[in-house]
Ligand binder design. Structure first.
Ligand code: PEP
Length: 246
């Protein structure tokens, strides 16, 4: 079985106005040479139309969240159809910041992933344990339970991102062995859910990924790329990340 193409998914979080996003895209376009890894920019929804226009061909864009509903009286929400209309390919669902600050449950995350798929988007389903869970040695069981509950009714076209909460934005990265332990466990669980199709699915690692640690993390047999927050904001860092995967 050939390995799925490595995915470098950039999570800008709530950073960059549309003007700043266009400047970033112009700079990337002037310096980027196609990388071995697929690149996807997961930007604030309002940035997406300008980004898609200016990014080099082959660089995907996506959202950071999507409504669990198709349309209607949900003030402030962005639907999957809206994201698709501005050429999004991916959307993050269940990022730990949304689980924590917006109290999103696994059931809500699964509903969002189903909405994304119903409109042709590939959901990037985030899972991962908090520090206290890891310290109790329960991280694998916790994360697999979270995966199963967050993919209820979800089809086999998804990406899974393992993001230990204690590593996000903290500068504390999981070791390559930690990442591989969980990625292998997640792949086993995906095989249970989706059968042989699971071999083609990508499992990403996320949590303080930087140009100097991405190669070791992504060299692990079950890690097929990275979800990157802080190091996604500067074009220099993104080029270095992509270069490290070439
Ligand atoms: C993230 O936001 O998904 C993330 C992993 O952030 P950081 O790379 O900054 O830890």
């Amino acid at each position: 079985m050939t390995q799925p193409r490595t995915l470098l998914a950039l999570n800008w979080k709530m950073n960059k106005t549309p003007t700043e996003a266009r400047e970033w895209a112009r700079e990337l376009a002037s310096r980027y040479t196609r990388s071995a890894a697929e690149l996807a920019v997961l930007a604030p929804a309002i940035d997406l139309p300008g980004l898609k226009e200016l990014l080099p061909a082959g660089v995907d864009v996506g959202g950071q969240d999507v409504s669990a509903h198709a349309a209607g009286a949900y003030t402030g929400e962005i639907s999957a159809a809206m994201l698709r209309d501005v050429h999004a390919t991916y959307v993050i669902v269940g990022h730990s910041e949304r689980r924590e600050y917006h109290l999103e449950t696994d059931a809500v995350v699964a509903a969002k992933a189903r909405q994304a798929q119903a409109h042709g988007l590939t959901p990037i389903v985030c899972v991962g344990e908090r520090l206290d869970v890891r310290e109790r040695g329960e991280h694998v069981r916790f994360t697999l339970d979270q995966l199963r509950a967050s993919t209820e009714g979800v089809q086999a076209n998804l990406v899974v991102a393992y993001e230990p909460v204690w590593a996000i934005g903290t500068g504390r990265t999981a070791t390559a062995d930690d990442a591989e332990e969980m990625a292998a466990a997640l792949r086993g669980a995906l095989a249970g859910l989706y059968g042989p199709e699971a071999a083609a699915l990508r499992v990403l690692y996320g949590g303080s990924v930087k140009p100097d640690n991405i190669a070791a993390l992504c060299a692990q047999p079950n890690v097929n790329g990275a979800l990157v927050g802080g190091a996604s904001l500067q074009v220099d860092d993104v080029l270095a990340l992509a270069h490290a995967l070439s």
